[in-house]
Ligand binder design. Structure first.
Ligand SMILES: CC(C)(COP(=O)(O)OP(=O)(O)OC[C@H]1O[C@@H](n2cnc3c(N)ncnc32)[C@H](O)[C@@H]1OP(=O)(O)O)[C@@H](O)C(=O)NCCC(=O)NCCS
Length: 184
């Protein structure tokens, strides 16, 4: 069982996925508008068994910093999306021994777009991760995914250009570094 913690912000609570969330996860991942920019061959989820298997994989992550969280509202616990912080897969052909980098990612249910929730969830989770010793995260977005690029910009992430280094596809690359403590 993972060590995944709960992360809170003004309006949101990020918590581990539970089996009871399977119907929501299926609703989220079965929508083309949610998955269309994910990976080189996006696919929608078709059944509850796949959702439960995905939840089991999410819960099995056993790491003090990484995780895949359910984003809920703080006020009433309503599910609104998915947040992840995990090692990013390299494209085929990238040299073995390339240092592992950590990516940040977000998928919200369309009912919850347009409220600043993705930015708020990521901001709280990155503050938490940086306080636990993470020094740098990256985000990659499909070149046409303007909404996700806007989240990166709202988070103050630096744009590093287009790259084919990850996920076997061209992506826009953003990074964020922990603020180093001032030397006195
Ligand atoms: C990427 C994604 C999470 C962005 O969602 P989003 O709701 O646009 O992003 P935010 O949560 O930061 O919200 C910003 C929007 O809320 C509005 N907003 C409303 N209240 C706000 C508040 N209190 N604070 C900040 N923004 C607020 C902003 O004006 C902005 O709207 P605009 O785009 O019309 O200008 C969403 O499009 C999504 O889930 N896409 C599918 C999955 C995906 O592609 N994920 C990324 C893979 S790289």
């Amino acid at each position: 069982m993972g060590r995944m913690r709960t992360i809170v912000s003004d309006r949101l609570r990020l918590r581990p996925w539970q089996d009871e969330d399977a119907a929501f996860l299926l609703d989220l991942e079965s929508r083309w508008e949610v998955v269309r920019f994910l990976g080189s061959q996006p696919t929608i989820m078709h059944d509850r068994e796949s959702a439960l298997a995905s939840i089991a994989r999410r819960r099995a992550i056993d790491d003090p910093v990484h995780g895949i969280w359910a984003i809920t509202t703080a006020a009433d616990g309503r599910l609104i999306g998915n947040f992840l912080l995990k090692p990013i897969p390299l494209s085929a052909g990238e040299p073995a021994g390339t240092p592992t980098e950590v990516e940040v990612g977000w998928h919200l249910h369309p009912d919850s777009w347009g409220h600043g929730y993705a930015t708020e969830a990521a901001s709280a989770a990155l503050t938490d991760a940086f306080s636990r010793g993470l020094t740098r995260v990256i985000a990659v977005t499909h070149p046409d995914n303007r909404a996700s690029q806007a989240v990166c910009r709202r988070l103050g992430m630096a744009y590093l250009g287009r790259t084919t280094k990850y996920y076997d596809m061209p992506n826009e690359l953003f990074e964020s570094e922990a603020v180093k403590p001032q030397l006195v």
